[in-house]
Design a protein around this ligand. Structure first.
Ligand SMILES: Cc1cc2nc3c(=O)[nH]c(=O)nc-3n(C[C@H](O)[C@H](O)[C@H](O)COP(=O)(O)OP(=O)(O)OC[C@H]3O[C@@H](n4cnc5c(N)ncnc54)[C@H](O)[C@@H]3O)c2cc1C
Length: 289
């Protein structure tokens, strides 16, 4: 691997200064589970790594029934899985975080890293989209908030400018009778990348759907929302027919490619299946809240 310098700031301000000083030569280093592999392969050659794991502001999980969740971008996925608050209020996102790699990988990998690596197949991105998450970004000109649905700009690309980092992810408190679910399909039993991922959030009003968001991974250049699929559920009773219709519309919203892990046709079919299942399970969970 090429030579690089390593910095370990303890505040966001320090991190921003280090990143800004090195410009394009710097890279945020969190769990390193994507970045180190990219550096070994020569895909990325940063000269300065700014390790954000020692920044307390980026390591917290806090929940408030009014303002919702503040999830530090550097919180390791295993801590998300161990958090009662996360299981209770955001079970789908927690599932996504707990699917990443293995327990060893999850003890390093973060949701912030999953988001900023911006893979179309990232396992926490569909849930972030379904839950209307916002990324709080710090940079040389202050802080800004970007909705995750506006964050991705292409495969492996996002709106972050040189000198910027994601400090935390903000997610609204779930409305009454709401819940979420994430399901992915991988060709092997574990340690593989999704060929389709479906993240769904549903809010019920009695036995009808009041609000829904459906998001997909690995079937387009970026993780994406399927708004027509979600709208098809609104005001309807969630049963096999309505869930299947949402699945069909989600399939139509996808634009997968053929590759060695699955054909486009197969992926489109799986989008329908996973969406239908995720919608039904999210609704079942919402009924119990
Ligand atoms: C064996 C293995 C299995 C894996 N399995 C899965 C899987 O099943 N599902 C899945 O989705 N992924 C998987 N991954 C990929 C990886 O583990 C995840 O994407 C992980 O969430 C990345 O988080 P990290 O903290 O390690 O990020 P890092 O590798 O530290 O960073 C990733 C990228 O994001 C940038 N970055 C990180 N944090 C920030 C921040 N706060 N602000 C700005 N930029 C930032 C970095 O500069 C880098 O470009 C796997 C990786 C390995 C090695």
């Amino acid at each position: 691997m090429h030579a690089f310098s390593y910095e370990a700031p303890t505040t966001v301000d320090q991190a921003v200064k280090l990143l800004a000083a090195a410009g394009d030569n710097a890279r945020v280093f969190c769990g390193g589970t994507d970045l180190l592999i990219q550096m070994r392969n020569g895909v990325r050659k940063p000269l300065v790594l700014v390790d954000v794991k020692g920044i307390a502001e980026m390591r917290g999980i806090s929940y408030d029934a009014k303002s919702g969740l503040r999830l530090g971008a550097a919180v390791p996925c295993i801590e998300i899985h161990e958090s009662e608050v996360m299981h209770k209020h955001y079970p789908g996102l927690t599932e996504g975080a707990h699917l990443i790699g293995s327990l060893q990988i999850q003890s390093r990998a973060s949701v912030g890293g999953n988001l900023c690596n911006s893979s179309p197949a990232a396992d926490t991105s569909p849930s972030l989209l379904a839950l209307s998450a916002i990324a709080r970004i710090a940079g040389p000109s202050g802080t800004r908030e970007v909705a995750v649905e506006k964050f991705f700009t292409g495969p492996g690309a996002n709106v972050l400018k040189p000198g910027e980092l994601v400090v935390e992810i903000l997610i609204p408190a779930p409305a009454a009778h709401s819940s979420d679910r994430y399901i992915r399909m991988i060709p092997r039993n574990e340690m593989d990348i999704a060929i389709v991922g479906a993240g769904v959030s549903v809010t019920l009003d009695g036995d009808k759907v009041k609000a829904a968001r459906i998001a997909l991974a690995a079937v387009a250049p970026t993780p994406l929302l399927a708004p027509k699929a979600a709208e098809s559920l609104i005001g309807k009773k969630l049963d096999e027919t309505t869930a299947a219709r949402a699945g069909e519309l989600a399939s139509e919203a996808s634009s997968p490619i053929d590759d060695m892990r699955g054909t486009a046709e197969y992926r489109r079919h799986i989008v329908g299946v996973l969406t239908r299942r995720a919608v039904s399970i999210a609704a079942e969970r919402a009924r119990k809240t």
